[in-house]
Design a binder for this molecule. Sequence first.
Ligand code: AMP
Ligand code: MG
Length: 433
Amino acid sequence: MNNAEVSCFDFVTSSGNRHLKLDEGARLILSMGLGDQATELQPLAKLMGRVLSEDIHAPFNVPPHRNAAMDGFAIKGESLLSQNTWTIVGQSFAGKRFSNAISLQDAVQITTGAPMPEGADTVIMKEMCEVSGSLLTVEHAQSIRIGSNVRQAGEDIEQGSLVLNRGQRLGSVEIGMIASLGFAEVNVYQTLKVAVFSTGDEVCAPGELRGDDGIYDTNRFTLIAMLRGLECEVSDLGILPDNQAAIEASLRDAALHHRLVLTSGGVSVGEADFVKQALNKLGNTNFWQLAIRPGRPIAFGDLGVNNQGETCLFAGLPGNPVAVLVTFCILIQPLIRRLQGETEWVGLTWTSKATESMKSRIGRSDFHRGIYTINEKGEVEVRTTGPQGSGILTSMHEANCLIRIEETRDHIEAGELVKIYPFSRWLPGYPLV
Ligand code: AMP
Ligand code: MG
């Protein structure tokens, strides 16, 4: 067997760690997101960010009847060929229609959106009309096209047609569409229950006293914020000490009540042993040396079955705050979206011209923090935020994208094209306004 045929699980280091390429790891993680999430009926006010679990068909035409696209006068179009005066016989307003049929001599005053009177097929816009008592005069009547300024019934959505797909995540526009079709509630997938822990004796909770060797817990809060951005139901389970029994007890309990448990820290080679033993007692977890930077050590597997009868998945992310953000966005987010039933998500990437050189290493996918701009020619250009250490959280704050350097490259020259992952698409909870 040559190297190209070796499966990713055959790369095992002396410490038992598996070496995986990024795309292989991503595929394996995503393949765990199978099985149907239970559904529930939810009212319009609670639909923001939820994922539809049913197709939505239009129960009627939208608009439901022919109506005026302008304020003006509704007439029979063929009368335009032979006359330029009409008798105003009534009014049709939105919500209060003119209910008689009209003849060639008749005009009905009409407002935008109001139903067309029976027999009328054309609206003359108000600006062209002169009104004197009940007499309507139009100077250039011959220039008006028959059928002008009328919206046809079903022009926007035809009765019975598919309007929204199952698997679609709902935003403000989609909620408005559901409301416009008269539905007060629709079926969505139940919220995904996710538990979050930090690990490490040095990690302190913000607001508490920090010892000389302590660092404040960052990861729990970035993870919780990103999970909320994805509309998960999040349990904040605090900080786990570097102690096997405590880790095992906490994970065992969390596994019962959640579909996914996320931890950060404690998975690097030197540290992983007691985490590993705790995890192996509960289910199956693989420790990977993923060929990415930042984010090399990562653990993924399951913690057994929860009290809903579903497998509780487990992801042990690295400890460095930037590595947590990057691995969550690139690897965990697609899994969460799949577990939530979302089928329409595409992690959009752009091609962009690098304006500076960047270093990497063959065999590893590097994610530099980048700032993209649009130059005067309308091209997307990208530069890095400067130093790229995986503990430098300010590099994420200054950035608006990640720059991926593929594993076949050891550097990028200024002027070359690179793939970028815009935060507006990839970082849940990234402020868009
Ligand atoms: P570890 O993999 O546990 O050795 O963690 C790698 C690095 O990330 C260490 O410098 C840790 O102190 C740091 N780290 C781990 N967990 C957190 C956390 N929750 N917030 C901020 N930094 C952390
Ligand atoms: Mg640690």
